[in-house]
Write a protein that binds this ligand. Structure first.
Ligand SMILES: [Zn+2]
Length: 146
């Protein structure tokens, strides 16, 4: 583990008093998805990703850092896993963190289209849901083009 200045400054915003077994709550600002946000050298960074990198090293291109604890503000490295976006979506669908108006199977199917490069508008036409519904759904899943 390498400790640099950015890591030390991260720690001052984290409540880690509960020890290794508990969530380390991020106490400062979050982004629209509820993930801890910080500015490092003028660049916007997502806190749990920075935490992951400080402890485990680089994140593979296109991969996401997931929370095993389901707590988006959590920065406990023991609760962070690296995985693909697909694994992340599967995870969230299984834990029912998506709008209930669309079934899990459909969301996974939509994701497969999205991954192939279809736009939300295309997906809206294919599945017959309003684009806003799909957009909401994808936002909840934290999907973005990589
Ligand atoms: Zn946690």
């Amino acid at each position: 583990m390498t400790i640099d200045n950015s890591f030390v400054s991260l720690l001052s915003f984290i409540d880690a008093e509960g020890g290794c077994d508990t969530c380390w709550q991020w106490l400062s600002g979050t982004n629209t998805f509820g993930y801890g946000r910080i500015s490092i050298n003028g660049k916007r960074r997502i806190v749990h990703r920075e935490m992951y990198k400080s402890f485990y090293g680089p994140i593979k291109n296109g991969n996401v850092v997931r929370h095993s604890c389901d707590n988006r503000r959590c920065c406990n490295p023991l609760h962070l896993l690296q995985g693909t976006q697909k694994e992340n979506v599967k995870d969230m669908v299984e834990r029912q963190r998506i709008p209930s108006m669309i079934s899990n199977e459909i969301v996974l199917e939509m994701f497969q289209y999205w991954e192939k490069g279809y736009s939300q508008r295309d997906i809206s036409k294919i599945f017959g849901y309003p684009q806003g519904t799909i957009s909401n759904c994808f936002k909840r899943l934290g999907l973005r083009k990589v």
